[in-house]
Design a protein around this ligand. Sequence first.
Ligand code: FAD
Length: 432
Amino acid sequence: MTGTVHVIGAGLAGLSAAVSLTERGVRVVLHEAAKQAGGRCRSYYDPTLGLTIDNGNHLLLSGNSSALGFMRTIGAPADALSGPAEAEFDFADLKTGERWQLRPNRGRLPWWVMSASRRVPGTSAVDYLAPLGILRAAAGKGPGLGGTIGESMACSGPLYERLWHPVLLAALNTDPKESDVGLAAKILLETLGAGGEACRPLVAVAGLSAAFVDPAVDYLSARGAEIRFGRRLRSLAFGAGRIDGLVFSDGPQDLGPDDGIVLALPPWVAADILPGLASPQSYRSIVNAHFAIVPPPGAPLLLGVVNGLTEWLFAYPDRLSVTISGADHLLDTPREDLSARIWSELSTLTGLAPERPSWQIVKEKRATFAATPAEAARRASAVTDHANLVLAGDWTATGLPSTIEGAIRSGTTAAQALLNGARARNKLRGAA
Ligand SMILES: Cc1cc2nc3c(=O)[nH]c(=O)nc-3n(C[C@H](O)[C@H](O)[C@H](O)COP(=O)(O)OP(=O)(O)OC[C@H]3O[C@@H](n4cnc5c(N)ncnc54)[C@H](O)[C@@H]3O)c2cc1C
């Protein structure tokens, strides 16, 4: 492209688009409404805890190839993500006190389900065939047309309660029973279906910003991209089949004939700015609880918890943090109650004293779009009716649920779509 590309929104989707374009020598200006980049995936200092925490604990898997590729490109520190060398997931049942470790083998052939010591206690190998129903229901169907997980597999029994429910809920942030089979199938195929090698859990122990955001901002700045914080896009100036200008909170910005735009905004903002845009309309929240206490020696980095309020317990060097997904039912629960209930569970799980350390509860109301068939069918593609405008964001039609992997993939897709459009226009000009 000979013009400038204005990327609007510096969440992971916008950063990914900006990095992709910069890599190809395109001049980029990145505009972000907030004072910092990262959007829904970032770190900040919390004065109550006296610690830098993430807006929410984020889990990646080693099969998240786009996220890991992005980190390599931006030169993220090699130790920015930590996790076990093999696919190992520690679990605890708060009701029975049982503990177990799920250990899928490295390769694609899932022989681990034959080994009682690698699978969930109280289950048999044949139980693990249940998700085939998801794959069957999703096969060959368009987004949202395969129905729900509840319609395609039995959502009850020990294996469901101890494995499929926690794993699918974490991946989709929506009650699996009402979740779209297409989104679930995509996740299953890219992780468990690809073998244990693709399922190693990875956590940004030094923080999400250190892993994804700061190195991306440094990469862009070092290559001449301009980053403007505190610049909120208010509206677009619509021309004939293209966008002629951008209107920011601090004034208008004209666009040249070869300039492009990547709109990498959350869906509710994008829909306001682009009337008639197909975008998800319902969301699910995530509640995180953080406790300023050093974890006891030997605490696993990640612990799946069943039969409690706590779902996943992350043991960072300076804190214990809990994630509760699909947490809309907790939005009205007072923070004090939540923190007391969660700490009581953590005290049982870790053996730490019942006295609560300093705590913080973070409720992200619109953490992700609801992974239902209705929402899966409402996602827009990167290409729009406007020749110089493309879309990015975890909510665009990536086929994945709202995740880091989806956001990063959407950014590269949008960048490629813009370059393809520019190439096609240049060809036409050449022919004329
Ligand atoms: C609590 C929580 C836990 C999560 N856990 C996981 C997890 O474990 N694993 C995982 O893979 N994913 C997880 N996710 C999802 C993941 O964080 C998101 O999918 C991803 O960060 C979305 O990136 P995005 O760039 O698409 O959107 P956003 O991060 O929302 O970025 C949009 C950007 O646009 C900016 N903006 C908004 N309006 C304007 C405007 N008018 N003008 C200019 N800029 C504007 C915003 O400030 C923001 O920076 C979680 C999300 C949350 C909230």
